[in-house]
Design a protein around this ligand. Structure first.
Ligand SMILES: Nc1ncnc2c1ncn2[C@@H]1O[C@H](COP(=O)(O)OP(=O)(O)OP(=O)(O)O)[C@@H](O)[C@H]1O
Length: 321
C-alpha cells in the first residue's frame, strides 16, 4: 500500500547538511498498522512528511495505493493526497470552529454540498464516539476528545491510508489506550492502512502488526513485529522486552512468539533432569500472540540437550547481552 524506495532527504543549512533520511526503504502492506519508532531526531517526522509529499524527498520514490506520488505535482498530487489522512500530535484543530465545522473543513475544500457535509460529519463523529460534541468548541474538549476530532477530520475524505504523527504522545496513559483502541478499531472496520510514528515502545506493543526501528535517517530493522522478535539479536526484542543484566552462570535468554500448550519448563526438568530457574523477563500479548522473553538459568549434565530441545520447539535461545 505504501512503498518508499531509497528515500533521501537532505536539509541544506548555512554551514552544513543534515541527512534526515539516508536511504529508507519502507513497505507497508494493505490493512496493516505499521509503526516507526525512534528517538528524537531520528528522522521519523521527515519520513512521514515525505510519504505524503508534504515535503519533497531529495531522492528516491514514494508510491501510495499504486500512485507514484514523487512523479506527480499540482492538482494530480493534491488529488492523490486526498487518499491519505493525517493526524497530528497537537491535534491542529481550528479553535474558532465547532467540532462539526472542524471535521467538515476538508469536505468544504473538496467542494462537498452542505447536505453531504452534514451527513458525513454525523457519520464521522459517530465513528469516533463524539456524536454529542458536534456543537462544542475545541477549548471545551479533553485531549483525547480533541484527538478524536483530529481523527474524524483525517477520515473525512475516506482515505485508504492514515498517517499518524505521534498521535498519543501528548495524552495520559489511559487516554492513550483509548485512542490506540480507536485506531485499531478503525483499522479493522474500514480496512484502513495506518503508518504511525512514535517514540513510545508501548504503542508498537499494543497495536502494530509491523514495525521499523529508525536511527540517524536509516531503518535499522523492519518487518512483521512477531518475525522481528523471533530474530537473533533483534533490536526490537531488546527494546520491547529489555532483560535485566545478570551475572548468574548458565543463563540463556529465551524468546518465544506463540502460546505453548505444554508446560515447557517442567518438561525440561522431567525429560532432561536439569534445574530450571526463571530469573526475570516478561510475557505479554503482542500482535494478538503471546510473546515471552525470559532470562532462564538451566543447569545440569544434560543442559545442551535441553537447549536443543527448546530450539526444536521453536524458541530463540541466546546468550543474554
Ligand atoms: N526543516 C528542517 N530544516 C533543517 N533540518 C531539519 C528540518 N526538519 C528536520 N530537520 C533535521 O532532520 C533531522 C530529523 O528530524 P525529524 O524531525 O524528522 O526527527 P524525528 O525523529 O521526527 O524527531 P522528533 O521525535 O523530535 O520529532 C534532525 O536532525 C532535524 O534537526
Amino acid at each position: 500500500m505504501i512503498d518508499a524506495v531509497g528515500l533521501r532527504k537532505v536539509y541544506r543549512l548555512k554551514d552544513r547538511e543534515v541527512h534526515a533520511l539516508d536511504g529508507v526503504d519502507l513497505h507497508v502492506r494493505q490493512g496493516e498498522i505499521y509503526g516507526v519508532v525512534g528517538q528524537s531526531g531520528a528522522g521519523k517526522s521527515t519520513l512521514l512528511r515525505c510519504v505524503n509529499l508534504l515535503e519533497r524527498p531529495t531522492g528516491g520514490t514514494v508510491a501510495v495505493d499504486g500512485a507514484e506520488l514523487t512523479s506527480l505535482s499540482g492538482a494530480r498530487l493534491r488529488a492523490a493526497r486526498r487518499g491519505i489522512g493525517m493526524v497530528h500530535q497537537h491535534f491542529a484543530l481550528l479553535s474558532s470552529r465547532t467540532v462539526a465545522a472542524n471535521v467538515a473543513f476538508p469536505l468544504e475544500i473538496a467542494g462537498a454540498s452542505r447536505g453531504e457535509r452534514r451527513r458525513r460529519v454525523g457519520e464521522l463523529l459517530e465513528l469516533v464516539g463524539l456524536a454529542d460534541k458536534a456543537k462544542a468548541y475545541p477549548a471545551q474538549l479533553s485531549g483525547g476528545q480533541k484527538q478524536r476530532v483530529g481523527i474524524a477530520r483525517a477520515l473525512a475524505s475516506r482515505p485508504k491510508v492514515l498517517l499518524s504523527d505521534e498521535a498519543t504522545s501528548a495524552l495520559d496513559p489511559q487516554t492513550t489506550e483509548s485512542i490506540l483502541e480507536l485506531l485499531r478499531d478503525l483499522n479493522r472496520e474500514l480496512d484502513l492502512t495506518i503508518l504511525l510514528i512514535t517514540h513510545e515502545m508501548d504503542v508498537i506493543k499494543r497495536i502494530c502488526d509491523s514495525a521499523a526501528i529508525m536511527e540517524s535517517g536509516v531503518l535499522q530493522e523492519s518487518g512483521a513485529v512477531l518475525d522481528l522478535l523471533a530474530r537473533p539479536g533483534s533490536l526490537l526484542a531488546r527494546s520491547l522486552f529489555p532483560l535485566p543484566a545478570t551475572e548468574a552462570p548458565d543463563v540463556v535468554a529465551l524468546t518465544y512468539t506463540r502460546q505453548f500448550d505444554e508446560p515447557l519448563m517442567s518438561q525440561l526438568t522431567r525429560k532432561f533432569d536439569v534445574d530450571v530457574n526463571v530469573l526475570g523477563g516478561a510475557v505479554e500479548t503482542v500482535s494478538r500472540s503471546s510473546v515471552g522473553r525470559l532470562n532462564v538459568q538451566i543447569q545440569g549434565a544434560n543442559r545442551d540437550a535441553a537447549l536443543d530441545y527448546l530450539v526444536d520447539k521453536g524458541l530463540l535461545v541466546e546468550v543474554p547481552a
